[in-house]
Design a protein around this ligand. Structure first.
Ligand code: FES
Length: 382
């Protein structure tokens, strides 16, 4: 099977803010770019010492630009992660003129372009990247947009001028605000401290907002509590974690401590990206995501048997991973999007279909729970 990766050339590498660098990428063979949706990410296969690793980075550019991609990467030098891996390698070794292997854009954290509702984009630190891509798309439409970026201070405030330019050009339809936890002398910002209830209430006229949230885990948990406390419906809040994907309502309910600011260093959650060092995770097939529509599921579906745990459940929608979790099991997972192979499980009987194509097709007899659904009765070795 064909490799899912193509080579891209870095045509521009530039400093955005302290520790944050953008890479502009064009297809090395001059062929057309893959299409992308606002909010999606690229998977890069990086030739770091010790063997290639996979890393995912959100597109920060306007996806309507079919001449080049842009990713904006924060240099993460974290405890427990070997030096030179991932973002450090990109910052330290990937130069203009070099090439790098990239797989097609993917990810279900995308702007709902069918909606006409006003939008609130809430970014914590480098979580700005997918939201900026969405902002570019929104700038071309007629929806009202409020864009808030929280960060430590002006030194680490990436892509600020680009956001401001889009807001200015919108003639007031897009409102952009910045909140600095610890501003430095000379910083220009709109509020000091953290995004709180009073700040949001001052910014948002009463309306039926659609919210997109991206940033460190503590930031997102805090924003989730704030937004739901203000009466927003959970289904109106969309979010994406760095690294290991999980459920924001679950974290909020579990009392995960809220980081009341964006730390200078990455949150521990980012260490979850270490799963991408799995050398078995090699791409061979790509596809755009096809998120499962919960209300499109049949009222009663096939039975899924979890053989080792002696449980079974009736599938009514969602992925096999979600079904297993709902049945009280705790399968391994990390990316929840078919990249890392963490959720790979033996299938003893039956077959599955994929709602999002795995980056690496599992071997016969194996399935990826996070992106599959049963086709009839299925028996899993779980
Ligand atoms: S959790 Fe990563 S492939 Fe399923």
């Amino acid at each position: 099977m064909a490799d899912a990766f193509r080579r891209f050339t870095v045509v521009r590498k530039h400093h955005e803010a302290e520790g944050i660098t953008s890479f502009h990428l064009v297809a090395a063979d001059g062929a057309a770019l893959w299409p992308a949706l606002p909010g999606q990410y690229l998977t890069l296969r990086l030739p770091v010492p010790g063997g290639p690793v996979l890393r995912t980075y959100s597109l920060s550019s306007d996806v309507a630009d079919r001449t080049q991609y842009r990713i904006s990467v924060k240099r993460e030098a974290m405890p427990g992660v070997p030096a030179g891996v991932g973002s450090c390698w990109l910052h330290d070794h990937l130069a203009e003129g070099d090439t790098v292997e990239i797989a097609a854009p993917r990810g279900g954290f995308v702007l709902d372009e069918a909606s006409a509702r006003p939008v609130l984009l809430l970014a914590g630190g480098i979580g700005v990247t997918p939201l900026l891509s969405m902002l570019h798309r929104l700038a071309q439409g007629g929806r009202r947009v409020v864009f808030v970026q929280a960060c430590e201070n002006g030194a680490v405030h990436a892509l600020r001028d680009e956001v401001a330019a889009l807001a200015t050009a919108s003639g007031g339809r897009i409102v952009a605000r910045s909140v600095y936890r610890q501003p430095s002398p000379g910083d220009r910002f709109d509020a000091e401290g953290v995004i709180d209830k009073a700040f949001l209430q001052s910014l948002l006229p009463l309306d039926h907002y659609e919210v997109y949230l991206c940033g460190p885990t503590g930031f997102m948990v805090g924003m989730w509590r704030l937004l739901t406390g203000l009466g927003l419906r959970e289904e109106d809040i969309r979010y994406e974690f760095f690294g290991k994907q999980t459920s924001l309502p679950r974290l909020a309910a579990e009392g995960v401590p809220v980081q009341a600011h964006v730390p200078a260093r990455a949150p521990a959650a980012i260490a979850g990206l270490a799963f991408l060092t799995n050398p078995a995770a090699r791409g061979i097939e790509e596809d755009l995501p096809a998120p499962v529509a919960p209300d499109a599921a049949p009222a009663k579906g096939p039975t899924v048997v979890f053989a080792r745990s002696g449980r079974e459940a009736v599938w009514t929608g969602g992925t096999l991973l979600e079904l297993a979790e709902a049945a009280g099991l705790e399968p391994e997972f990390s990316c929840r999007s078919g990249i890392c192979n963490s959720c790979r499980t033996d299938i003893r009987a039956g077959s599955v279909s994929y709602v999002e194509q795995p980056l690496t097709q599992p071997a016969p007899g194996k399935v990826l729970l996070c992106c599959s659904q049963p086709q009839g009765r299925v028996v899993l070795d779980l």
